[in-house]
Each structure stands twice: as C-alpha cells, then as structure tokens.
Ligand binder design. Structure first.
Ligand SMILES: C[S@@+](CC[C@H](N)C(=O)[O-])C[C@H]1O[C@@H](n2cnc3c(N)ncnc32)[C@H](O)[C@@H]1O
Length: 263
C-alpha cells in the first residue's frame, strides 16, 4: 500500500523524487501569480495559503529566526521592518502577534505587486501598536530603484516567506544585493527542495485545498532551495555578513543573514 501511494505521488505532475534530490531548481509559473487579486480562484488560493503556512510552521520558524537575528543588536527592538512578497499580510500579522510584546512601535512595510492588504489589516496592526504601510510594486523595480529614491529606503530587518523561489538565479542575485544594501538583518523561509517537501505538497488535498493551490505547492517545491544555495547568491565583498542556512521544520528552508556589526 505504501509503495502504491509513493508510486502515485511520483507519477503525478511536477518534479519527480529522483530529479528533486539529484538536480537543480526547476521554475514553472505559479497559477496564483497570474490571477487578478479579485478572482475567486485567487481569493481561495490565498485562503489556502494561510493553511499551508500553518502546516509548514512558517509563523513559528520566522518569529524565532527574527528574534535570534535581532538578539545581539542594540538594546531597542527593530523599528523598520519590510516584508517582500507579503501577500495579504495575514502571516505578517501572526508574526507581529508573537513579537509585539517586546518589539514596540514597529513601522512595517508590506511589499507586493498586488494590492492585497485592506483597511482591516491596518487596524489589526494598529491594535498591536505597529504601523502598516503597504507598498505596491514589483520587487525587481524596488531592487533596481536608485538608493537615493524614497522607494529604496532603509530597514532594520527584511523578511520573506514563500517568495524567493519565484525567481531565477540572476534576478535572485540582484534582489539579494538590494536587500543586503538596505537592511541589517534578512530572514527568508522558503520551500525546501526535498522528499518530505514533495510528499507534503502532494498530500495537500487532504487539507481540502484547491487544485490551483496543489499545483502551486508542487511547483514551489521544485523551485525551492537546499544546501547553501542562497548563501552562494548572497553578495560577496562589502560589509561582513554572518550567514546561516539550514532545514527548518519538516518542509522549509531557512536562510538568515545578519551584519557582522549587529550580530
Ligand atoms: C506564494 S505567495 C506568498 C505570500 C506570503 N508571503 C505568505 O506566505 O502568505 C507569493 C506572493 O508574492 C507576490 N509576488 C510574486 N512575484 C512578485 C514580484 N515580482 N514582485 C512583488 N510581489 C510578487 C505574489 O503577489 C504573492 O502575494
């Protein structure tokens, strides 16, 4: 029975187990990225994403990593935080609930190329004493903005969840270079290109997710990361950065970069 299940998992669409473990990343378009924000399928997928994040333990992984990344910094908490590819902000809100007792008065910028955060989200952050600023722009435009432009800005911490895997290596290099130039700590939680990741994604129908979400989850694992793949793309030279990259939880891959003089 177990063998039959495994064979079915391997034969359905998406990267095979052997390809995943032996080969490099495989990028394929994700359905959610191509749907307008108001499309009912997109709305359903974003709701599914909240469940997927719960199963992946993303909030806990990121909250712990953020606390650690900032632990050796000056006495005060971070003031300016930016999330790239933040979606509707629901994950950021769960993280803020974990951190707001110690980190007061944070200015949080949520960048996404779609306008997804409503007034209610701003109010929810305000209850925690945090200020929400949505930034609707393509992240590569943000990365390419000259440093003197308002868009470029400067942040204590930049974070991402389920985002970097959307990009090819040359765009990732450009994006990570911009991140390194504009913050003191960077935390990324991404799909891990691994057998548990592949298995987990293919078992998602058990959670009742849509076929769009299932598709996107499977291709995300194929585009995910392993080993030191993100560290190798982090800009060399310039200020000293301390890099950590490792598996986190059953399905995730965590990358943390902290400036040598803050951690
Ligand atoms: C898989 S979702 C993750 C959302 C959120 N981080 C979470 O974990 O719930 C990826 C998000 O990245 C956004 N996105 C994709 N490509 C982008 C780009 N080039 N610039 C800005 N946002 C982008 C999408 O609109 C989507 O909201």
């Amino acid at each position: 029975m177990a063998r039959n299940v495994w064979r079915r998992l391997q034969l359905s669409r998406g990267p095979s187990a052997s390809r995943l473990t032996a080969g490099g990343r495989t990028l394929s378009p994700e359905i959610l990225d191509e749907l307008p924000a108001t499309d009912p399928r997109a709305i359903r997928s974003r709701r599914d994403l909240q469940r997927v994040n719960r199963v992946m333990g993303s909030c806990g992984i990121l909250s712990r990593a953020l606390r650690r990344a900032w632990a050796a910094a000056p006495q005060h908490g971070p003031v300016r935080i930016l999330e790239l590819g933040a979606g509707d902000g629901s994950l950021a809100l769960r993280i803020a609930k974990q951190l707001a007792t110690r980190w007061h008065g944070v200015e949080l910028t949520l960048l996404d190329r779609q306008a997804l955060t409503g007034e209610a989200m701003g109010t929810a952050f305000a209850h925690l004493g945090w200020t929400l600023r949505p930034l609707i722009v393509d992240v590569l435009e943000w990365a390419r903005a000259p440093t003197q432009q308002h868009l470029a800005g400067r942040w204590d911490i930049v974070l991402v969840n389920l985002f970097l895997h959307h990009f090819e290596e040359h765009d990732l290099r450009e994006l990570l270079a911009a991140v390194a130039a504009r913050c003191d700590a960077f935390v990324a939680c991404e799909p891990r290109r691994s057998l548990p990741g592949l298995l987990g994604s293919r078992l998602l129908p058990a959670l009742g997710v849509s076929t769009d979400t299932l598709h996107d989850a499977i291709v995300s694992v194929g585009a995910g990361f392993r080993d030191a793949e993100l560290s190798r793309l982090w800009p060399a030279g310039g200020p000293h950065w301390k890099l950590q990259e490792r598996p986190a939880g059953p399905f995730s891959h965590l990358f943390v970069a902290t400036r040598g003089d803050t951690a």
